[in-house]
Design a protein around this ligand. Structure first.
Ligand code: NAP
Length: 280
């Protein structure tokens, strides 16, 4: 007989404290999944508090989830700047004394022709998707280290993109610097895995394909719309909230405690289908 321990707890996050950057789209899916899997607190961080896309409404929705014991709090912060990250972590330190999970999800993109690419667009992308992720992780390590143990390490999950391994969009709707930033995100996850593994913190990247969100919807339309992209996907659909929630809970629960330095694509297999973007 196998010594596999209690299966009912293998994918649970009971009592865990998580920080998720980005409060709509994929960040909201991850936060929802964490609370439903038993997390005691989920801290969401984004810049805008108010409005239909803002932090406050996301926190309200999370705190209204039925059958959930844990709670959500929101902190307005710009995680593309060092000041913003320092201020965020200071405020987190006033609410909790440790972090079990850090999801570096907030990201930005810019699409357009190769010539001309305005330099501000490259800076914006690198500041948030690369420097911001590096600095957030670096400064959050003391809080993560407080809760990680040999058998149950703290978890870092960086939300990258399949654009980090594939050349997804060139031409009129090119996203070259986004793609390069996501390749860097993959490599940050691998470097953190080796640097922080001995300190009881694992690090992995989740690489989504298309999920309808504010960030992706413009490009989805440019590429012919959701139905056209669904037809081209090997699973004949785009991503849905459970797809992100499932992989996040796996990586952050006991089930994922020995996975370190991986990038997991969540795209229905679309990255293996050559020629998908030949119309661009
Ligand atoms: N959706 C997709 O198809 C897809 C595919 C591949 C990868 N991804 C990746 O998934 C991640 C989430 O994207 P999404 O699709 O969920 O995008 P989204 O719906 O646009 O959400 C992005 C979130 O990040 C926050 N954010 C943006 N800049 C920020 C900053 N400087 N500081 C703090 N928060 C900031 C936004 O809030 P504020 O604007 O209020 O700050 C928002 O809550 C990104 O890293 C993206 O690259 C998405």
């Amino acid at each position: 007989m196998s010594d596999l321990s209690d299966m009912s707890k293998l994918f649970r996050l009971d009592g865990k404290v998580a920080l998720v950057t980005g409060s709509r789209g994929l960040g909201l899916h991850a936060a929802t999944a964490f609370l439903k899997a038993g997390a005691s607190k989920v801290i969401l961080a984004a810049r805008k508090a108010e409005g239909p896309q803002g932090l406050d409404q996301a926190v309200k929705r999370l705190n209204e989830l039925p059958g959930v014991q844990g709670s959500a709090v929101g902190i307005s912060a710009n995680v593309a700047t060092l000041d913003g990250i320092e201020s965020l972590l200071k405020q987190i330190g006033e609410i909790v004394d440790r972090l079990d999970i850090l999801v570096a999800n907030a990201g930005t993109t810019w699409g357009g022709p190769f010539e001309p690419t305005p330099d501000w667009s490259s800076q914006k992308i690198l500041d948030l998707n690369v420097r911001g992720v590096f600095n957030l992780v670096r400064l959050a390590v003391p809080l993560l280290e407080k809760s990680g143990s040999r058998s149950d390490p703290s978890r870092i999950v960086i939300v990258s993109s399949v654009a980090g391994t594939n050349v997804t969009h060139t031409g009129d709707h090119g996203t070259i610097m986004y793609s390069a930033s996501k390749a860097a995100a993959h490599h940050l996850a691998r470097n953190f895995a080796v640097e922080l593994g001995p300190r009881n913190i694992t690090s992995n990247a989740v690489a989504p394909g298309f999920f309808p969100t504010r960030l992706a919807n413009g490009l989805i339309q440019e590429l012919g719309g959701q139905e056209a992209l669904e037809r081209e996907n090997p699973r004949l659909r785009l991503g849905v909230p459970d797809d992100i929630g499932g992989v996040m809970v796996f990586l952050c629960s006991r089930a994922g405690s020995y996975v370190n330095g991986e990038d997991i694509a969540v795209d229905g297999g679309a990255r293996w289908k050559q020629g998908t973007n030949h119309k661009l």
